[in-house]
Design a protein around this ligand. Structure first.
Ligand code: ZN
Length: 336
């Protein structure tokens, strides 16, 4: 969909309106300009479940409210369980059109292709079973800088389609695209475990796979009217088990390439509620990023609580475009 309507314009007037779509378009087309693309250290919610501006989680330790031009964001919005939504809900829109193999978490190595020899770890945010395992996912794990919940339930559309179903579907599509390029792909979970994994394990899976790139897929649970995608980059952290100093720069490059290609593939605009219109947000509170030793980003593909964004997120055709944008960004990053 194209975000040319007034509800996307003007997101954050305190920043130059010219930076917004323009910078993303430039990044998509001119890799050399990537380093010049400003990255805002916008502050979002604390979710490792994702949540940029964040409410893609069960709120508990928000460090700061997200800047928003369209009203306050409920920190607990995402914690609401989608009433009546079963993890395996057959109402899941367009969920069967993916070519993913739900029983395999790791893929075979492709024999050829530009990404031959490259390993990509895809982290589908949350888990459809998390709703049934509150005590397990609420257990605290150390993420270097602090302790936080093992995992969160994620958000859902107003109609009850869970984020965890969305993330798995996009992950399957992305895996198919990357494998076609020759990459070896591993998923952190494939609805093949009762809950989780915890955020520290999600990071560890990427580390142990020695991933050349890792991406955690989410959709946000922010207020209606908050729209668009954003890519979350690891900020500099050196505390306890967390040390992102070596991955911050390559992760930023990965994120910029994904953001640019996501715009091009989906026609979606960058978030109008975090990131100052750049589609990029830097955070230091996400265990999935803090504990990563490989280049890694999160992507919040849109806001499930906004009806217009939800219309995109629940469309299989749109999700294919989204996966394509991510794939193009990752390919661009890995090919240099
Ligand atoms: Zn999430």
């Amino acid at each position: 969909m194209s975000y040319t309507g007034p509800d996307f314009d003007p997101p954050q007037p305190r920043r130059s309106p010219l930076r917004r779509p323009l910078t993303v378009a430039i990044a998509a087309l001119v890799p050399g300009a990537l380093l010049g693309w400003g990255v805002y250290a916008a502050v979002g919610g604390p979710d490792d479940g994702g949540g940029g501006g964040g409410t893609d989680r069960a709120g508990s330790v928000r460090t700061s409210s997200a800047p928003s031009s369209s009203g306050p964001v409920s920190p607990t919005d995402d914690a609401k369980r989608p009433t009546g939504a079963s993890p395996s809900a057959s109402s899941s829109p367009s969920s069967s059109s993916t070519a993913g193999n739900p029983s395999a978490s790791a893929s075979k190595s492709a024999a050829s292709g530009p990404l031959r020899g490259k390993v990509v770890v895809i982290d589908p945010g949350h888990n459809p079973g998390n709703f049934q395992h509150a005590s397990e996912i609420n257990r605290k794990v150390n993420v270097g800088t602090h302790w936080k919940e093992c995992d969160t339930t994620g958000t859902a559309t107003d109609a009850g389609w869970p984020e965890a179903e969305f993330t798995l579907d996009v992950a399957h599509r992305l895996r198919t695209l990357l494998e076609a390029q020759g990459a070896t792909v591993r998923l952190t979970q494939d609805d093949d475990r009762p809950y989780g994994p915890c955020v520290d394990e999600r990071a560890r899976i990427g580390n142990e796979a020695k991933a050349d790139a890792a991406i955690s897929i989410h959709a946000d649970g922010s207020g209606a009217g908050n729209r668009g995608f954003h890519v979350i980059l690891p900020g500099p952290v050196h505390d306890g088990a967390a040390d992102t100093r070596a991955i911050a720069a390559p992760s930023a490059e990965l994120g910029q390439r994904i953001a640019g290609n996501f715009v091009r593939a989906t026609g979606s605009a960058p978030s109008n509620y975090v990131g100052g219109g750049t589609g990029l947000v830097t955070r230091t509170d996400l265990g999935g990023l803090n504990l990563s030793t490989v280049p890694k980003v999160f992507i919040e593909c849109g806001n499930m609580r906004d009806s217009k964004d939800a219309a995109s997120l629940t469309s299989g055709a749109w999700r294919q475009k989204a996966a394509h944008g991510m794939s193009e960004g990752i390919v661009s990053f890995l090919r240099g």
